[in-house]
Design a protein around this ligand. Structure first.
Ligand SMILES: *Cc1c(COP(=O)(O)O)cnc(C)c1O
Length: 372
């Protein structure tokens, strides 16, 4: 058989105006945090998410930290998060000296189980961070309901879900605040970068202040609070503007890729299932994810090794927070434990060719059948 070159899991596609805008930054010398692209990227992103305010920042992790600081989260506070997430969600809480309180995920969407939030609320709970995992939106209505009942804020960690839709609302416009990442492997990228969206003008103002070292907007080089340098540069925003102008295309291509996978892999339910798309959801397919059934007799990591030998890059699903040393708990979150141990991401990027997807499916089916 002809040897194919390695098929990467993910990667940025910079095929719009990114190059032109970056060269403009260099030609004009506007390479730092001031410059027109920062404003234009924020304006376009706010429009895309249908919100009043979009605040760019250095990455998706500090995008989570800023609203927590703006809400005054500190020691003795508790923030509810899903255990099944990327470490940044938990770390942002820890940066404030607060405690992340973990909740298991749902077997259907793999997202935080809204029915298990209430039992984790205490007098110390200040807010909830939900995560639209791998691009599938969280079932937000019951989350917002429990938040209203206990007067909690809700942050959507939408780092993986630019353009995902819950019922008729685009993510980023449902909670009180939402955060996005533009790391190199995300739906759209600025290399490193982040964005916060909100309709809360007072909160937006606080976050802008905190992002720029806390410098008073009325008096230059006067600081009433301890802030941070969490700014995005004009260079990053130039890339981001090129990306957001084209996000419709990026999302269409990801859907094309996912649909081929679903068509080819959907009939092997006794061997594996894919993270589904609920009837009320529009998935962005940041990563198409496979979950092995018990019928496949080898370990997930062994199967990934076989695919690697075929030149197919994969990635294990996130390890749940409760097994990580900084957040270790001697308790079981059975749904997350099971999905995390038996699931992995397969190549999902906007320029994946149909022949490549066919090859990936063929090898995946072959190895699973061979080990069933
Ligand atoms: C990528 C990611 C982040 C953090 O983004 P960075 O830009 O890498 O800091 C936060 N939360 C989730 C769920 C992510 O996937």
């Amino acid at each position: 058989m002809e040897v194919l070159k390695k098929i990467p899991l993910a990667g940025p596609v910079l095929n719009g105006n990114e190059r032109k805008y970056v060269l403009d930054c260099i030609d004009t010398g506007w390479i730092s945090a001031n410059g027109k692209y920062v404003n234009e990227f924020e304006t376009e992103f706010a429009r895309f998410c249908n919100v009043e305010h979009a605040i760019s920042c250095a990455n998706g992790t500090v995008a989570l930290h800023l609203p927590l600081v703006a809400y005054g989260v500190g020691q003795d506070d508790e923030i509810i998060i899903p255990t099944f997430t990327y470490i940044a969600t938990a770390n942002a809480v820890k940066y404030c000296g607060a405690t992340p309180v973990l909740v298991d995920c749902e077997p259907e969407t793999w997202n935080i189980d809204p029915a298990k939030i209430e039992e984790k609320i205490t007098a110390k709970t200040k807010g909830i961070i939900v995560v639209h995992l791998y691009g599938h939106p969280v079932d937000m209505d019951p989350v917002m309901e429990v938040a209203r009942k206990y007067n909690l804020f809700v942050i959507e960690d939408a780092a993986e879900a630019h353009g995902a839709v819950y019922k008729d609302k685009v993510v980023g416009s449902i909670g009180h605040v939402a955060t996005f990442s533009f790391f190199g492997n995300k739906v759209i990228s600025t290399g490193e970068g982040g964005m916060i969206t909100t309709n809360d003008s007072e909160l937006a103002q606080k976050m802008r202040l905190l992002r720029g070292q806390g410098m008073s907007p009325e008096r230059r080089y006067w600081f009433d609070v301890v802030g941070y340098n969490y700014r995005m540069t004009n260079l990053q925003a130039a890339v981001g503007l090129g990306q957001i102008e084209n996000i419709g295309w990026h999302l269409e291509q990801r859907r094309r890729v996912a649909e081929v996978y679903i068509n080819k892999l959907g009939e092997y339910k006794e061997l594996f299932t894919l993270q589904p798309e609920m009837s009320w959801a529009k998935h962005t397919y940041w990563m198409v994810s496979v979950l092995l059934t018990d019928k496949v007799k080898i370990e997930r990591d062994q199967l990934m090794k076989l695919l690697e030998n075929d030149g197919i890059e994969t990635r294990p699903l996130f390890y749940p927070m409760h097994i990580m040393p900084p957040y270790f708990e001697d308790s079981s979150y059975p749904v997350s434990d099971k999905i995390s141990a038996r699931g992995f991401n397969i190549p999902t990027n906007a320029v994946l060719k149909d022949e490549e997807i066919d090859f990936i499916c063929e090898r995946l089916i072959y190895h699973c059948k061979n080990n069933a």
